[in-house]
Structures are given as C-alpha cells and as structure tokens.
Design a protein around this ligand. Structure first.
Ligand code: SF4
Length: 332
C-alpha cells in the first residue's frame, strides 16, 4: 500500500493523525499548525503587549515545558517583544517535586531562560509533606492549590513581572467546566473559561492560558516528536477523585467525537452568569495584605488551622477564624 501523504502539504508522508481534527499530517505540518494555533490564540485575545515581562509557571511537566518552548519560539518568530522567565513553586513533596525541579533546571539551561523557584517552606513555614502528615490525604490538594496560587503571585512580584502564563490546556478547561456544572457552582463556571484574568493592586498578577484551546494529546505529541525534556510522574499525593471522574467522562466523549472538548469549552463560555448569582467582592487580607474576598485570605485561614493544630478549620468553609496569634503567609 502506498504511504498516505500529509493532508496539508501533500508532499511528505503522513506520520501521525491529529487528535483535534483527525487529519493525517507529516511532522512539519503538525508543528506548524500547533504553533500557529497558539499564536492565533495569543493574538486574538491580546494576551501580551510589547515589553511585557512574562513568567511561565513551570512545573517540569509536559504542559509547562511545551509552553516554555513554544512561547520562546513564537516570541522570536513573531517578535512579540516579551521578556520571559521560568517561575516554579516548590511545594516540598519529596520524591516528586524535587525530581521535577531538576527537569525545570535543565529547561532553564536548554531554553536560556532565567528561573526563580519559590517554596512553601520559605513562604508559609510548611512543606506539603508536613501538611499531609497533619491533614491526611483527603484535603491536601485544597491546601496545595490555595498556597500555589498565592506563591505564584508572590514569586511574580519578586521577579517584577506583569503577567503569569500557565500550561492549562483545553482538556483541563473542559474538565473544570464539567466539574463546576456537576457541583452547580455557577459563579466559578464562567470564570473557569476565561483565558485571562486581570491583575489588581492587591498583589494578584494578570494570568493567562495560551493553551486554552490546545488538546492535551497534541501537547504530548508535540513534546514527544520534538524530544522535549519533561517530567511525567504524577504527584504522590494526587487523589482528586472528583476531577478523575470528569476526566474519564471527557476522554470517553473525545473518543466518540474529538470536537467534544472544544464544544464543552464553548458551552461554558456561552453560559451567562445569572443576575442573582452573588459574585465575591475582592478586598485585602487583614493579615498579609494579599487579595481576599473575606477578612482573611484563604491561605491565612488555612495557615491558622495548621499552626493551631486544627487543620480542618480552614477547609470547613469558614472564611474567618477567631482572633488568635498572628499567623500570616510570610512575606518573601
Ligand atoms: Fe499539590 Fe495535590 Fe497537585 Fe500534589 S496533586 S501537587 S498535592 S495539588
């Protein structure tokens, strides 16, 4: 049987089937369409402006590694005029994050990008290993997620950057849409589809997801064919069963109709917030000064619980705690 030609250039032999469209493509055309689509997303949504200092949230995993590679490439190819940095958070997870940070350090050298690593230990006086000892394996990701968000903002302030980009891909966004629908969380539903969130005066830095429309399978394919150096082990504390259900459901949908991922994102974008849904107003944490929708920011509430030996305090849904010894997210 003669080899199948690439459906774009018609010259080269097709080496892969593109997961998003099922087109048979040669490697060069796959690279070209993948990179061009990310460029178009950046342009269409006006993610950057010339002179921006941009931190790439780098975990060493496939998404952030491909993001660092592609963003550097597009910045040079289209002369965006960006100053790029790698910003990593060390959660203090022995046997996982220490290894993945070694990958980020190699990426720093491979892509010649400055790297800043910021740790939970230095910011909060706790590592995730110790938090898991205190809270068990059920709610650990709640602590980790809250602390990471703030740690990235604090790292960005230290670097003096205007913008953080993260490697969230289309599958991540579609999963989050599904989870918010399943939980009936209308307020989060629209926010989770936003490609960019604005920064503010209280320390939250502008964030965006240039891979919002990039399929996970294509990111893996791109990393594989380009032989990028990334870390593929799952976090040892990863339970997140609920997201697992949404992920499994999404993969089933994708198997029967590849456009399902984009369709779910578009459905999430189209669902308007009802006028009577109360959105939280943003203020400043009384303790650490970080952005907060209550008297204390969520990180300070969680820290208060940890430091008082009452780790459930912060995850019970209570946003404020009784006055006690001042325990705050340490300023770097
Ligand atoms: Fe943190 Fe949970 Fe992710 Fe592990 S799986 S890095 S504990 S959020």
């Amino acid at each position: 049987m003669p080899p199948t030609p690439c459906s774009i250039c018609q010259r080269e032999r097709a080496m892969l089937r593109r997961p998003k469209t099922l087109q048979r493509l040669c490697r060069s055309c796959f690279y070209a369409v993948f990179e061009t689509e990310v460029h178009q997303t950046i342009q269409r949504h006006g993610l950057f402006k010339r002179g921006d200092r941009v931190a790439i949230g780098a975990s060493g995993g496939k998404d952030s590694t491909v993001l660092a590679y592609v963003l550097k490439l597009l910045n040079e190819r289209y002369d965006y005029g960006l100053e790029l940095f790698l910003l990593s958070v060390d959660e203090g997870i022995t046997g996982y994050r220490d290894d993945s940070l070694e990958t980020v350090k190699r990426n720093r050298d491979q892509y010649a990008l400055p790297l800043k690593i910021i740790s939970y230990e230095e910011l909060y006086g706790w590592t995730m290993d110790r938090i898991v000892e205190a809270v068990g394996r059920k709610n650990n990701c709640t602590f980790c997620g809250v602390f990471r968000r703030q740690a990235l903002d604090r790292g960005a302030l230290l670097l003096g950057v205007d913008h953080i980009v993260t490697g969230h891909n289309a599958d991540d966004v579609a999963e989050t849409v599904l989870m918010n629908i399943l939980r009936g969380d209308i307020a989060r539903l629209q926010r989770c589809t936003e490609i960019m969130t604005a920064g503010d005066a209280e320390g939250a830095v502008r964030r965006s997801k240039p891979f919002k429309y990039a399929y996970e399978k294509e990111i893996v394919m791109y990393a594989y064919f380009k032989k990028l150096d990334y870390f593929s082990t799952e976090c040892i504390y990863s339970p997140n069963a609920y997201r697992g259900y949404a992920r499994a459901f999404l993969k089933d949908l994708e198997a029967s109709r590849p456009s399902a991922i984009l369709d779910i994102i578009h459905a999430g974008e189209a669902l308007l917030i009802r006028a009577d849904v109360k959105m939280p107003t943003q203020g400043q944490c009384e303790r650490c000064g970080y952005v907060a929708s209550n008297r204390l920011c969520k990180a300070c509430v969680l820290l208060e619980g940890l430091n008082r030996g009452l780790p459930k305090l912060g995850i019970s849904g209570r946003a404020s705690v009784p006055d006690g010894p001042a325990v705050s997210a340490k300023q770097p």
